[in-house]
Design a protein around this ligand. Structure first.
Ligand SMILES: Cc1ncc(COP(=O)(O)O)c(C=O)c1O
Length: 383
């Protein structure tokens, strides 16, 4: 694996050395239960408090607004189902978009099967939701809307603050699956104007299996999906994953530092890769918004080259076709379908997800290899 270049940072990121270092004591000597009142417990409780504050610092919110979960899938489920149930007296209508992650879409499908009304708004050719469409979809029964901050496949950034204005005007709660945006894009919850937001550590150089849900103070909390010991204000009971929480906190502190010091040159590397590929290959198409997209995202269609064949041909780079969860599938991803990309072209999609640790040298190697393999596969294709 040492000579394979990792460019799949939307699927997951490597753990930053600083994050691992912060976690190790909580996997070894500091093994206590954060709910215990003796020193083994209070030591780790202090670490949990510190981590909660580190998450809050990145989100510019208060620590009391952060609930730890097992990751964004759980945060999304808790936000959507928990709010749907908590607001059932007021209404039963939820609005989302066709380009959301399956953690949102499948949760909405499940609620629909229970009798909730769900609206899936279309997105434009870049994968973006229109605030006007959102406003038009609101009914007196709408209690919740959920739109992702940035798309995990094509990187397109939704106009979250504008949608939040619409939500507030109609007193509808607004959740955002902010997994791909937090830590890379402005992450101030008040500025974004959302009521709830999901995040996960493993997309920001933290460990897997730990995430959080931001719940704005003043809103009625989501119903808990579990019964148990009352941890996390009873919204998410269960013994806290202390090492994971410490890792999430450290990852948030590191991301905040990265954003504030402007150390990141990910978008420059991404643009260089795009330019090199465009200079040597004809008939490649950029998916997603050309400007309003994640700094490390480069999602391309290589016309005439099936993406799984291209992936198999690439020996020194790890990239993905569509979202990671779909990488076994030869069906066009639901995001490509939602954006109206023709099926034949959609099946040629490759997602390059550049991250903090990629280098200019790696970009050169990847560009050379992709050009070589695409040319070879195109030469083999029947006329
Ligand atoms: C946009 C988005 N939402 C939710 C998830 C699920 O996150 P987790 O792996 O923490 O459950 C992912 C991860 O692929 C994602 O990209």
């Amino acid at each position: 694996m040492n000579n394979i270049i990792y460019m799949d940072n939307h699927a997951t990121t490597p753990i930053a050395p600083e994050v691992l270092e912060a976690m190790i004591p909580y996997l070894t000597t500091h093994f206590g239960n954060a709910s215990s009142t003796h020193p083994f417990g209070t030591t780790v409780k202090d670490a949990v408090d510190k981590a909660r504050q580190q998450v809050a610092n990145l989100l510019r919110c208060s620590a009391e607004e952060i609930i730890f979960t097992s990751g964004a899938t759980e945060s999304d489920n808790l936000a959507i189902r928990g709010i749907a149930y908590a607001c059932r007296e007021k209404g039963n209508h939820i609005i989302t978009s066709t380009a959301e992650h399956h953690a949102i879409l499948d949760t909405c499908h499940a609620l629909a099967a229970e009798g909730f009304e769900t609206t899936y708004l279309p997105v434009d050719k870049y994968g973006m939701v229109s605030p006007d469409d959102v406003e038009a979809a609101i009914t007196p029964k709408t209690t919740l809307m959920s739109f992702m901050y940035a798309n995990n496949e094509v990187g397109t950034i939704n106009p979250i603050a504008d949608i939040a204005v619409v939500a507030a005007k109609h007193s509808v709660l607004f959740h955002s699956d902010a997994v791909q945006g937090i830590g890379q894009l402005p992450s101030d919850m008040r500025m974004l104007g959302v009521d709830l937001a999901s995040l996960t550590a493993h997309k920001i150089y933290g460990p897997k299996g730990i995430g959080a849900l931001y719940i704005r103070q003043g809103i009625s909390p989501p119903d808990s999906l579990f019964y148990g010991g009352g941890q996390e204000l009873g919204v998410r009971p269960g013994t806290l994953n202390v090492a994971g929480i410490v890792g999430l906190g450290a990852a948030c502190a590191l991301s905040k530092n990265y954003m504030e010091t402007g150390k990141s040159c990910v978008s420059t590397l991404r643009d260089t890769l795009h330019q090199k590929l465009s200079a040597y290959l004809e008939d490649i198409h950029l998916n997603g918004h050309p400007q309003q997209r994640l700094p490390g995202n480069l999602n391309l269609c290589f016309a005439g080259v099936q993406s799984h064949a291209l992936l198999m041909g690439l020996k020194s780079v790890a990239v993905s076709t569509g979202s990671a969860c779909d990488s076994e599938s030869v069906k066009a991803s639901h995001v490509m379908v939602a954006m109206g990309v023709p099926n034949e072209l959609a099946l040629t999609t490759v997602r390059f997800g550049l991250g903090r640790y990629n280098t200019a040298e790696e970009v050169d190697i990847v560009a050379d290899e992709v050009i070589k393999v695409v040319n070879r596969l195109r030469a083999l294709a029947p006329e």
